[in-house]
Design a protein. Structure first.
Length: 307
């Protein structure tokens, strides 16, 4: 019930100011965000690498309003990739980008976002790693998949995210279940209307299972972006059924969520990647995490009473 309210709040400037300024917010935010700065993020990457967990880094920033911000966000990724190369982490760390942070929703935004993402792909390739394009609300999917197709001509390792809650996604999964293609399958984190997305948890879960089957049966590299024990179990069974070795797919979970499960899978010799967000612009990301799970909201609210 609260999920849609929190998702609406994630787009509200007033709530943004209220939540960001509350002194009790920070410890709760720290559970989900690796820090405001690059050194803090690199520390988190090193700690995860020592535990056998790979990472994809997200420099937080989305829904920007001018081209200068787009350039600053792009430059933050270039600095990040340089630092990862300097620390010899290119083999264990890739980056995830939100094209809205590169100006996708501004006038002429498709080309602006493509140009920004291309620079980041070049920098990633230079240190032997790659980029995954996050997926945002449904109005951006066509543009994001078109940008993916463009980027894959020069950087075939570029990945994308598909959201199982969208009615279109089974078709997109079929189109992307091809040799060389990297697809992170997630359930979907935005508030979407019934005209484009399944609304009940049961329907979303069933859609996730169908899309997972398509990707695991295909020739691409599936990235199972879920904390759901049933989806993880299904992925393991499908890998057996389709004769996939552990290097031909991977599990992905968010930083700070089900860490014990991340360790369990890694200890079984499976490939696990944590999605590590960092940066000062954490509000939208944080609110989506609260919306996903009432227990996270309760944890947040409790911190107001137990200072
Ligand atoms: P759910 O059915 O939501 O949860 C299953 C179980 O997982 C829960 O019972 C609980 O035990 C645990 N769990 C789930 N969420 C939380 C939480 N927040 N805190 C604590 N425990 C939790 N969405 C997009 O729309 N676009 C993206 O680009 C995108 N990228 C993602 C990248 C990664 C690596 C991951 C893991 C998720 C990403 N998401 C993205 C978010 C995704 O769409 C879901 O909102 C989120 O993963 C919750 O769905 P779930 O599959 O974990 O299952």
């Amino acid at each position: 019930m609260l999920g849609p309210v929190l998702l609406a709040a994630s787009r509200s400037d007033r709530m943004h100011r209220l939540v960001s300024r509350a002194p009790v917010t920070r410890p709760v935010v720290d559970r989900f965000i690796a820090g405001d700065s690059l050194p803090e993020a690199l520390e988190a990457v090193q700690a995860l690498a020592a535990q056998g967990i790979e990472v994809t880094l997200d420099h937080l920033g989305e829904d920007i309003t001018d081209a200068d911000q787009a350039r600053r966000n792009r430059d933050a990724y270039l600095t990040l990739l340089e630092a990862l190369g300097g620390e010899g982490l290119g083999g264990r760390a890739e980056v995830s980008v939100k094209l809205s942070a590169f100006g996708q929703s501004l006038p002429g935004g498709h080309d602006l976002a493509l140009a920004g993402a291309r620079r980041v792909c070049e920098a990633a390739a230079a240190i032997g790693t790659t980029v995954t394009l996050d997926m945002e609300d449904h109005t951006t999917v066509d543009s994001t998949l078109a940008i993916l197709a463009e980027l894959r001509r020069d950087f075939p390792q570029t990945g994308a995210v598909l959201q199982a809650y969208l009615l279109r996604t089974e078709d997109d999964a079929r189109a992307l279940a091809v040799e060389g293609s990297r697809v992170r399958l997630v359930k979907g984190a935005y508030k979407e209307p019934a005209s484009v997305a399944y609304q009940s948890k049961r329907d979303v879960d069933l859609a996730y299972a169908r899309c997972l089957r398509i990707l695991m049966a295909g020739d691409g590299y599936p990235m199972i972006g879920s904390h759901d024990p049933r989806m993880i179990e299904l992925a393991v069974r499908l890998a057996e059924r389709y004769g996939r070795s552990v290097r031909t797919y991977e599990f992905q979970m968010l930083y700070g969520i089900r860490a014990a499960e991340q360790h369990r899978l890694a200890a079984e010799g499976r490939r696990v990647r944590a999605y590590v967000p960092y940066g000062a612009d954490w509000y939208g990301y944080f609110m989506r995490r609260l919306a996903e799970r009432p227990a996270n909201l309760a944890f947040f609210l409790r911190s107001f009473t137990t200072r």
